[in-house]
Design a protein around this ligand. Structure first.
Ligand code: 5CA
Length: 444
């Protein structure tokens, strides 16, 4: 993509309303624009990151055996009356009437709707287990929307819902999501710690929040320091096998959010030098709630003995849009964002510092054409701006690699490559540069 043809509105000034670094950087780097309190447009650069994050989540959900679908944002109130949550949900729920005076709501979560879908089609235990998920916009009329996408009112969530015949099977479904989450967040360069958590309006008595430690996080958290350095389950982990050992390795150590924290137990179970009391960002939460929805909504299947059984369920959320904020909180410096390669909007930022110079243009155009043709996502700064402005803009948007083409280097047959994270710069021949980004590249 050529910046001259792209839409990349960078801000010079730090917007006054943004209190935390990720929010400031998201506005300055042209990722989002606020449309109303807690409601954002996703500008092209931010939208690319959102899609990358979605794709990682999708791959890991699919690997764990979950099945993607899509439910609407608007839901009928009637189905929420069946579960008893229509009144219980309170002012956070955005309630709407259509022209026929039918009561609708903008979904804050989808337990009711998915239970309605499940019960319409699955009648026998032979159709179990099932785990269905979607990524869809949610609306919660938060009392204090703040910190940009961290606590929005409209936000993108991945929500998965599992259905099983027995408690034991439901526990296996829970473990699959637990392990899938460890892999999902690690692939985005995030270190997350699963912590026991309150279940709130979703319900149930077993729940973990996946927490990224950050001083700007909204949750107070307490845990054993060894949880910071646990191995991430490999890509070939067997989701049909016994995942309990992976889960137990973590759950045997103390980790709790402030809502369920027990200071006496913490001090008893964790040696003083291993105690960590910190703040964190909740990027995901998983729940086991058994028959909380299936019973009132009569989502039953015929068991092996022919008798009807209410299905055992859990739900599993990830804050897709919140993740952009969390990743930036965890990965930035004074000059701007530092995207991990896996979620970067482009892998390479190509800077032509002398646009109009015949040689610089020729070399830059060649590099751009070759990288793009090979599928290396490249953002080419072909604008007539000053070199200084191009460098600071590129640092701000945080692409992992910067390729700098200038008259001196071109005359000497070299191009500069800068690693955004380490700041390390090397000079390479154009061939060596191509070889770095294109597998099996050969100049001929
Ligand atoms: N139905 C369950 C699981 S699917 C559920 O709604 N869980 S939740 O309430 O914990 O939300 C799931 C995730 O959405 C949270 O872990 C958080 O990362 C994200 N989230 C929740 N509220 C907001 C918000 N106001 N802004 C941005 N992200 C949010």
């Amino acid at each position: 993509m050529r910046i001259s043809k792209f839409f990349l509105p960078l801000l010079k000034e730090t917007p006054a309303e943004a209190q935390i670094i990720s929010h400031r950087l998201m506005l300055r780097a042209g990722l989002i624009r606020q449309e109303a309190a807690g409601i954002y447009s996703w500008l092209p650069l931010g939208f690319r990151v959102l899609k990358k994050i979605e794709q990682i989540i999708r791959e890991e959900m699919d690997r764990a055996g979950a099945i993607e679908m899509l439910m609407p944002t608007l839901q009928l109130a009637d189905i929420w009356r069946e579960s008893g949550r229509y009144d219980a949900y309170g002012p956070e729920m955005l309630r709407i009437k259509d022209r026929h005076e039918r009561e609708l709501l903008y979904g804050p979560t989808n337990e009711e709707m998915i239970t309605g879908i499940f019960r319409a089609y699955v009648k026998s235990y032979k159709g179990l287990p099932k785990n269905l998920y979607h990524m869809q916009w949610k609306f919660r009329d938060e009392q204090r929307p703040r910190f940009g996408v961290m606590r929005g009112r409209e936000f993108l969530m991945k929500d998965a819902y599992s259905f099983d015949l027995t408690k034991e099977d439901a526990r296996k479904s829970y473990n699959r999501m637990y392990v899938a989450y460890l892999r999902t967040f690690a692939r985005m360069g995030l270190k997350t710690i699963p912590m026991r958590a309150e279940t709130g309006p979703i319900g149930g008595d077993l729940s973990h929040e996946f927490i990224v430690l950050a001083d700007t996080g909204e949750s107070g958290v307490f845990c054993h320091k060894d949880l910071l350095d646990m191995p991430i389950p490999p890509e070939n982990v067997d989701f049909d096998g016994d995942l309990e050992p992976i889960v137990r390795q973590r759950t045997s150590l103390y980790a709790a959010t402030e809502d369920v924290h027990d200071q006496a137990r913490f001090e008893q179970e964790v040696p003083a030098e291993k105690r960590l009391a910190a703040r964190g960002i909740e990027v995901g939460q998983i729940f086991y709630f058994g028959t909380k929805y299936s019973e009132p909504m009569k989502a039953v299947v015929a068991g092996p003995d022919g008798k009807d059984v209410a299905v055992e369920s859990g739900s599993y959320g990830i804050g897709v849009s919140r993740l952009l904020g969390a990743i930036i909180e965890a990965s930035h410096d004074d000059n701007g964002i530092i995207w991990p390669e896996s979620v970067a909007p482009f892998r390479v930022g190509l800077i032509n510092i002398r646009v109009g110079d015949e040689n610089c243009d020729r070399v830059s155009n060649e590099i751009y054409a070759k990288l793009t043709k090979s599928g290396v996502e490249t953002l080419y700064d072909d604008t007539p701006e000053s070199a200084g402005k191009k460098f600071s803009g590129m640092d701000l948007i945080g692409l992992p690699w910067q390729v700098v083409v200038g008259p001196k280097g071109v005359a000497a047959g070299v191009i500069e490559l800068k690693n955004r994270r380490t700041g390390e710069k090397v000079e390479l021949s154009p061939e060596a540069l191509m070889g770095k980004f294109i597998d099996g590249y050969s100049a001929v």
